[in-house]
Design a protein around this ligand. Structure first.
Ligand code: NAI
Ligand code: MG
Length: 353
């Protein structure tokens, strides 16, 4: 039987509550489609940090490396500053494994209320492709005359041709693979003098290699407004690190609940494992009560299967999520207006798979 070796990092807070449901759904998919999930648990979290002073052991990346993929819950907890959980675990994994694509599907599903008026399921259905390794999130820059009236601070965005071309190319390849008709680029070439005119030129050049796919570009400010006012016009969006970060929370925002949203940090060349995680964090406000919605975790696990070549199983997982959400007789967690537990909802999805 095919086996997929998965590194499982449940992390903190509700990460530990939703992860078992992600694994339950994966096992159900494996039974139906004939593969095995060989999961190894890594108990790396803010609790580990409190005990050892490190989010993960010194050789943590080497321990992850032999796996086919990494499934993450959420990290971060009150008492440990967020920059420690981010720079001690998530960012080293994204960087060491060259996961330069951050991919988030944004879809309004039947049975979920959008805060937007006049949108129906299917109206919002886009993929956000965010550059995940360079751009505005750089350590280049500095600070002089700190604390004095002459203080000077610079934060330098870095755009390489290699980094820009590969993310834009990924977006067009994704559109081609999914049969999507249009790629929209997020820009701001009217304000950013150097980086965005370069981005626009690379976008135009790469777009010309995909004549069957339409392309357009929007300044990031009006794009944000259009995602709210005219979400139907977007199909695949490609954006730099900062712009993509903002859009990829705006997307789940307009579809109603962040708890459903999945994401993938992908190394498309498959030289290193990719990492799949829900968009939400550890939700300390509800952690420990068993009421977190597990769908973001389960959908992330489905994206992982798709990446591992189990496309039919991934489809079945998504269909199970959609089926449960659309059926008023099925359990719903409190964020969806119900009274069900994390396990009730997880079991209902696994049963459908
Ligand atoms: P959060 O996503 O944890 O929570 C935001 C709000 O959404 C809370 O009211 C929470 O109860 C609710 N929520 C989130 N996921 C839910 C789910 N599955 N079911 C039901 N309700 C859900 O974001 P917040 O509060 O800003 O961050 C909490 C911690 O998580 C921080 O330490 C932060 O750094 C960390 N974090 C970690 C991320 C990651 O591991 N990739 C991503 C975002 C935040
Ligand atoms: Mg973000």
């Amino acid at each position: 039987m095919r086996a997929h070796r998965i590194a499982v990092v449940a992390g903190d807070g509700i990460g530990r509550e939703v992860m078992p449901e992600g694994l339950r759904a994966l096992e159900a998919a494996g039974r139906r489609f004939g593969f095995e999930i060989a999961a190894t648990d890594f108990d790396w979290s803010c609790e580990t940090y409190a005990a050892t002073g490190r989010m993960m052991p010194e050789d943590g990346l080497e321990q992850l490396r032999p796996h086919d993929a990494i499934l993450l819950g959420a990290v971060g907890f009150p008492g440990v500053p967020d920059h420690i959980s981010l720079w001690g675990l998530l960012l080293p994994i994204r960087r060491a494994f060259d996961q330069y694509v951050n991919l988030r599907p944004v879809r309004l599903l039947a049975g979920v209320n959008s805060p937007l008026r006049d949108v129906a399921p299917g109206d919002i259905d886009m993929w956000i492709v965010r550059e995940n390794s360079e751009g505005e999130y750089s350590q280049v820059g500095g600070r002089m005359f700190e604390g004095t009236p002459d203080e000077v601070v610079t934060q330098v965005a870095t755009f390489t041709r290699r980094g820009t071309d590969r993310i834009i190319t990924y977006a067009f390849d994704l559109a081609r693979r999914l049969g999507r008709g249009r790629v929209s680029s997020a820009t701001k070439s009217n304000g950013l003098w150097h980086s965005m005119p370069f981005w626009d030129a690379r976008f135009a050049e790469i777009a010309s290699r995909y004549p069957e796919i339409e392309h357009d570009q929007h300044h990031i400010d009006i794009m944000a407004a259009r995602m709210v006012m005219q979400p139907r016009r977007f199909d695949v969006i490609v954006a730099s690190n900062l712009f993509g970060d903002i859009l990829s929370d705006l997307g789940p925002g307009v579809t109603g609940t962040i708890a459903l949203a999945p994401s993938a940090n992908i190394n498309p060349e498959r030289a290193h494992p990719s990492m799949f995680e829900p968009v939400h964090g550890s939700a300390p406000d509800i952690a420990g009560r068993g009421i977190a919605n597990p769908i973001g975790q389960i959908w992330s696990a489905a994206m992982m299967l798709d990446h591992l070549g189990e496309g039919a199983a991934a489809q079945a997982m998504l269909a199970a999520i959609e089926g449960v959400l659309a059926d008023p007789a099925e359990p719903r967690t409190p964020d969806l207006g119900g009274r069900a537990t994390t396990q009730d909802l997880g079991r209902a999805i696994a049963d459908r798979i």
